[in-house]
Write a protein that binds this ligand. Structure first.
Ligand code: NAP
Length: 342
């Protein structure tokens, strides 16, 4: 699908790391725990392994939290741009304990973004969905270029594009295009529906053994955010897979009735999916979420799924990471405590 996109080989890694042109990217080593192939950079004289600092945004969120857990496995030195550090000491402390160097600041704070990016060769850009997302992501790209960053890995979403009927997919598509035009090397990571989204309906499942969404019979190739984290870190350590657009999915296509069926099997009680008309779903979401922009955006995304846009399955995750994607059944088992009664 993306054959027209630039594919590069390992030599181009040195475009990101010009100071290391003498360094031999000699061996591909397989880690003992997972079948992940990492380029093993070594200093030409000392032969010590060299891994430059990588800046991450969004480390306190769903994907970011899983990234932090995996940093030692991938041998990555990470810096995190983290907002609200003073009021949210718990989150910051968890990151510090995970070995992350913290730069306090919001993506809207230009000086903080500069400080965070300075000295980093690569950056991972992930933002929560919000009205200002596109503007902040574009600003981040400008600052990255000014600060000498060479490669940006951006969290995007399947179907991103400026012609999408859903605003958020247009945001992602426009941000992607902005990075491409910036001259920076870029890798665009477009995951399918996160399995962990089901945690948002866990309270209804616990209370009523039902969950309510407007997906009709739409299917999703749902992916576990733990796999998304593996994918991102693989990209940051595998230059041969960088500079591409990757739409990553889980291992199976699932309707929301299928999801309810698997939850029922694992939880050993009947759990059902109740399809609700889009207008009614939107109305009830408005009661919980005061942000009209967010309500509209989520409603558009769910309507796309209802129309079949989530029915995308491929093996790109395995091709890059060498791992099998997590099944929904495994997800349900691992997160069973969220769905248990009492
Ligand atoms: N959910 C899905 O099914 C799905 C599928 C494909 C793609 N995506 C994409 O994945 C991304 C969301 O990932 P996620 O679920 O890991 O996000 P998340 O759990 O909502 O976390 C968002 C992260 O961004 C940080 N953040 C938000 N605004 C910021 C700002 N102004 N300055 C600095 N940091 C800021 C948050 O910090 P705080 O902790 O301080 O809030 C948090 O660390 C979105 O771009 C979405 O479109 C989602």
């Amino acid at each position: 699908m993306y054959s027209q996109m630039t594919q590069i080989n390992a030599d181009c890694f040195f475009e990101f790391y010009p100071q290391m042109t003498q360094i031999s990217a000699e061996k591909e080593t397989k880690t003992h725990r997972h079948n992940i192939i990492c380029v093993n950079l070594r200093h030409p004289r000392t032969h010590q392994r060299v891994m430059t600092m990588i800046l991450f945004t969004g480390l306190t969120g769903a994907v970011g939290t899983e990234i932090v857990k995996l940093l030692p496995e991938y041998g990555i030195s990470a810096r995190g741009l983290v907002r609200n550090v003073a009021t949210n000491r718990g989150k910051a402390e968890a990151l510090r304990q995970g070995g992350v160097e913290i730069v306090p600041g919001d993506l809207a704070d230009e000086a903080a973004v500069r400080a965070a990016l300075t000295g980093c060769e690569q950056a991972f850009l992930l933002m929560a969905n919000c009205r200002e997302q596109l503007e902040l992501e574009k600003n981040f790209v400008d600052r990255a270029r000014q600060c000498g960053v060479r490669h940006i890995v951006k969290m995007s979403a399947t179907g991103a594009g400026s012609d999408s009927p859903a605003l958020l997919k247009r945001y992602h598509g426009e941000a992607e295009e902005y990075i491409r035009q910036s001259g920076l090397a870029c890798t665009l990571v477009r995951p399918n529906f996160f399995m962990q989204n089901l945690l948002h309906v866990a309270a209804a499942i616990v209370a009523q053994d039902q969950f309510f969404m407007p997906m009709r019979d739409g299917q999703v190739g749902a992916i576990d955010v733990r796999d998304v984290a593996h994918f991102v870190l693989s990209i940051l350590t595998r230059p041969d897979q960088a500079q591409n657009t990757w739409e990553i999915t889980g291992p199976e296509l699932l309707s929301f009735h299928d999801i309810a069926g698997q939850l029922s099997d694992v939880m050993e009680r009947e759990i059902s999916y109740v399809d609700v008309p889009p207008a009614r779903f939107k109305q009830s979401l408005q009661q919980w979420v005061p942000d009209d922009w967010y309500v509209q955006t989520v409603s558009e995304l769910f309507e796309l799924i209802a129309q079949g846009s989530g029915a995308l399955l491929n093996d790109e995750y395995t091709r890059v990471t060498g791992r099998a994607p997590t099944s929904l059944r495994q997800f349900c088992q691992d997160y069973a405590s969220f769905f248990e009664k009492g």
